[in-house]
Design a protein around this ligand. Structure first.
Ligand code: DGL
Length: 257
């Protein structure tokens, strides 16, 4: 089984790539909605939650853990790798390809406040964005917007425009979607940014990396099963969100953790 987690439903943007690429593997997805959003939490809190979930999933028989969250990857990838025996794959803002492709030498990055404040993000900038200017900003209210499953109302448009317009006004030609929730708002981002701005979502690259790491592994002989768990008390919002984001209905279980 492939295990994945995020603070909420954003990691489904990675889930859909992983299940497309590895259709013979069962996937268990944990949404830590009782603690969502991670983006305004401290590094200690994010590490504690990530370890708790990672250890639980390893004990459940996960063969690999996908941290389908930029915020948790920035804060806790190191701690998870030290604590678990299974491989851990994280998600990072796609600064490298955006910087390499930028002709204007100016890129935008949208990510949570915790990701933007992390050492890991600074390290990405110093490794890959030395030759470009970076306009970084959080997508304010975007995580909550995606959690609600509402991807196209007037409110959703207004939230996207409020963050994207000031970036585009700085003359960027590439925008990095540095939070796994944000690709669900990509059509609105693209409409606001216009045709001369390219968007970067690392989900397909993450799925390729998972496939590579599982190349030698045998999937279970049991039928493929997709499980969805939430730490929230009420499972109904996740069930509704799932239907809105991936277009299919799945049962949602409660995970007490
Ligand atoms: N989806 C997450 C990320 O990629 C976290 C969003 C949040 O909980 O703030 O950063």
């Amino acid at each position: 089984m492939i295990a994945m987690f995020d603070s909420g439903l954003g990691g489904l943007s990675v889930w859909r790539e992983v299940v497309n690429r590895l259709p013979q593997w069962s996937v268990t997805y944990v949404a830590d909605q009782a603690y969502c959003p991670y983006g305004s939490r401290t590094e200690e809190e994010i590490i504690a939650r990530s370890l708790r979930i990672g250890r639980h999933l390893e004990a459940e028989g996960a063969r690999i853990l996908v941290v389908a969250c930029n915020t948790a990857t920035s804060a806790a990838a190191g701690a998870l790798r030290a604590a678990l025996k299974i491989p851990v794959v994280g998600v990072e803002p796609a600064i490298k390809p955006a910087a390499a492709a930028s002709r204007r030498g100016r890129i935008g990055v949208l990510a949570t406040p915790a990701t933007l404040a992390s050492d890991r993000f600074q390290s990405l900038l110093s490794r890959f964005a030395q030759d470009v200017e970076v306009v970084a900003r959080p997508g304010e209210g975007w995580v909550e917007q995606v959690e609600s499953g509402d991807l196209c109302s007037t409110e959703a448009h207004a939230r996207v425009q409020a963050a994207v317009r000031p970036i585009v006004e700085q003359g960027v030609d590439h925008i990095v979607l540095g939070c796994t929730h944000y690709p669900f708002l990509a059509p609105l981002v693209a409409a606001t940014a216009g045709p001369n701005v390219s968007l970067h979502d690392p989900a397909a690259a993450v799925a390729r990396q998972v496939a590579h790491l599982l190349e030698q592994a045998q999937p279970s002989l049991c039928p493929v099963r997709y499980r969805f768990l939430t730490t929230a008390e009420d499972t109904a919002p996740m069930a509704r969100g799932l239907a809105a984001l991936v277009g299919e209905r799945y049962a949602v279980e409660r995970l007490l953790l």
